[in-house]
Design a protein around this ligand. Structure first.
Ligand code: PGA
Length: 251
């Protein structure tokens, strides 16, 4: 069975309640029944409104982050159970902005991933190297470490529900997209690593998205690389036509 493509929109800290609902409605009209795995990840306060706008479509609801404890005195944090309760099926774990702006470590990302899986959510698990790491030829080392530590303690049964996203940090929000060759090389490495960790069958089945300055105009060649199974889209996911173009490029 060929892997299904999966395109997800990460709206980050953008939109208003009004524009978020409008964007969701527009996406439902344009690609709501597309034969592909689809998700959008709005800001927390807009999850319920966007959930309602997506109702009846094939577009899943995801959150941008989750906390690793169940409940209690963790001011400002959001639990996996809360996300489930709000209608989320997916959650981004370990996005580079959380790693590098907020300071999340591999250990924290791992705890979040385990909690998301425990609650039945699909984690979109992000990895990727900084520009300096690529320039120092450390890409494979960094990405391998992130994948291994992020998946520590994740059983094969749970790993089967993980979606990976390779997002080179130097390509995120910069307009500098990785070449299909650069992306494919790292995707193939990640798949090889998954094979070591979980065996060839599971490694063949897992979806690995590419993220970093994906737009409608560059999506086709990326999405047709052998080990690239979709995209995690930031900036371009805020424009319905762009997001639609990316989805159509993958069909
Ligand atoms: P970008 O962001 O598409 O704006 O580069 C991608 C991401 O951060 O997921």
């Amino acid at each position: 069975m060929p892997r299904r493509k999966f395109v997800a929109g990460n709206w980050k800290m953008n939109t208003t309640i009004k524009s978020a609902v409008e964007l969701a409605r527009c996406l439902v009209a344009k690609i709501g029944q597309a034969d592909m795995d689809l998700a959008v990840c709005p800001p927390f306060p807009y999850l319920l409104a966007v959930r309602d706008a997506l109702a009846g479509s094939r577009i899943a609801l995801g959150a941008q982050d989750v906390f690793y404890e169940n409940d209690g005195a963790f001011t400002g944090e959001i639990s996996a159970a809360m996300l489930k309760d709000a209608g989320c099926t997916h959650v981004i774990c370990g996005h580079s902005e959380r790693r590098h702006v907020i300071g999340e470590t591999d250990e924290i990302v791992n705890r979040k991933l385990l909690k998301a899986l425990g609650e039945g959510l699909v984690p979109i698990f992000c990895v990727g190297e900084l520009l300096a790491e690529r320039q120092a030829a450390r890409t494979l080392e960094v990405v391998s470490r992130q994948v291994r530590l992020g998946l520590e303690g994740v059983s094969a049964a749970d790993a089967a529900r993980v979606v990976l996203a390779y997002e080179p940090v130097w390509a995120i929000g910069t307009g500098v997209v990785a070449t299909p060759q650069q992306a494919q090389e790292v995707h193939a490495l990640i798949r090889k690593l998954l094979e070591e960790l979980y065996g060839p069958e599971l490694a063949r089945r897992l979806q690995i998205q590419y993220g970093g300055s994906v737009k409608a105009s560059n999506a086709r060649e990326l999405l047709h690389c052998p080990d690239i199974d979709g995209a995690l889209v930031g900036g371009a996911s805020l424009k319905a036509e762009e997001f639609e173009g990316i989805v159509r490029a993958g069909l």
